[in-house]
Ligand binder design. Structure first.
Ligand code: HPA
Length: 267
């Protein structure tokens, strides 16, 4: 907890009298969203004890404070993943800090592979539920009965509705589905994709789920968007690569931005 207190102290020194309403986590290739934030200040993750060192291409590693419309936002430009160090709680201090500085809700974004033909690369999917394929939890070692987090409605129905209206207002088709979390860093095998499709997954990725668990542990409501960067393994001839993920995420960034801007303006 003391790292969280330290982070709160550092943030309060940098940004005076700023009450964030929404915390945003930007996934791979979505950093350009920050151009839409009337930025007050930013702090490098490196200056915030316990914040992740964002090591994956496409992630800047900065905490940005500002406004979208009249809504005060704090944006994590970059995240860390379980596969980087094998620590499922790598985002714990960051999420707890967002909660401690007063965020009322979170919006999580990521890049994901699609398991459904209609959700083609470049489209956007609202995550309505998830399947944790890793067998690990960021709450391993957490104490008190608070660790037994209710994960029904983890993706907040009201925030989901707000995201649906924002997409509709912009004439954007918003797909919806279940996100399966794989550890990575390797992409899935075609057999793994077939297996999770049978289990009910619509998209796959290597992030977000631990953040959802950590946020719900803090009682923070949230919603989450996947930018579909590719069809999942075995579904198309295209070879999977991180370069492809980044390039497709950047191509879909405009669409996500429009949805996020309307959403944030109405919070
Ligand atoms: N699998 C896992 N993670 C991903 C994918 C994928 O196909 N695409 C983007 N992130």
């Amino acid at each position: 907890m003391s790292q969280v207190n330290d982070c709160v102290g550092i943030i309060n020194q940098h940004v005076k009298n700023f009450k964030p309403e929404v915390g945003l986590i930007l996934g791979s290739g979505l950093g350009q969203f920050c151009d839409n934030v009337k930025t007050i200040t930013s702090i490098d993750f490196g200056s915030l004890p316990g914040f992740p060192i964002a090591g994956v291409g496409g992630h800047a590693g900065r905490l940005l404070f500002g406004q979208v419309g009249d809504t005060n936002v704090v944006v994590m430009q970059g995240r860390a993943h379980y596969y980087e160090d094998g620590k499922a709680d790598v985002m714990a201090v960051a999420i707890q800090t967002l909660n401690a500085i007063g965020c009322k809700s979170l919006v999580l974004t990521n890049a994901a592979g699609s398991l459904v033909k209609e959700a083609s690369p470049g489209s956007v999917m609202l995550i309505t539920d998830h399947i944790n394929m890793t067998g690990v939890s960021p709450l391993f070692g957490a104490e008190s009965n608070k660790r037994f987090v209710d994960m029904s409605d983890a993706y907040d129905p009201d925030l989901n509705d707000a995201m649906r209206s924002s997409a509709e207002k912009n004439g954007i088709k918003l797909h919806e589905g279940v996100y399966a979390w794989f550890s990575g860093p390797q992409f899935e095998t075609p057999a793994e994709i077939k297996a999770v499709k049978t289990l009910g997954a619509d998209a796959v990725g290597m992030s977000t789920v631990p953040e959802v668990i950590l946020a719900r542990h803090q009682g923070l409501p949230l919603c989450a968007l996947s930018v579909i960067t590719n069809y999942a393994a075995g579904m198309s001839e295209t070879k999977l690569s991180h370069e492809q993920t980044i390039s497709f995420a950047s191509k879909a960034a405009d669409t996500v931005e429009k949805i996020l801007i309307s959403y944030l303006k109405n919070q």
